[in-house]
Design a protein around this ligand. Sequence first.
Ligand SMILES: [Fe+2]
Length: 124
Amino acid sequence: MAKKQEIYKCDICGNIVEVLHSGDGQLVCCGEDMKLFEAKTADEGKEKHVPVIEPSGEGVTVKVGSNPHPMEEKHYIEWIEITDGDIVCKQYLKPGQSPEAIFKSIKTGVTAREYCNVHGLWKS
Ligand SMILES: [Fe+2]
């Protein structure tokens, strides 16, 4: 059973979907079960992915990661998301941009996730 905010990928076509409402069914794409992403929380190796949340002005800045993550055509952070209770905000990014996002009006009690097109889903 898929749960709200879970993220699934089709290993055949590359579709990635996020669940907005839970249902009993199994998510299927290209005739196969979609794969659930388990968000990683601990960095390993030289590239850093765990989102870092810092207060900034009227809100927070989320950086990926403790050393800036590459933002190249073949390897970049596709999006950064922040959750504050029932408020969920997502910033999509493109190669060449900084691996960070500013979320105004988000202040405390937040968690962040980000998706690297090579290394998958990460959360703080
Ligand atoms: Fe990466």
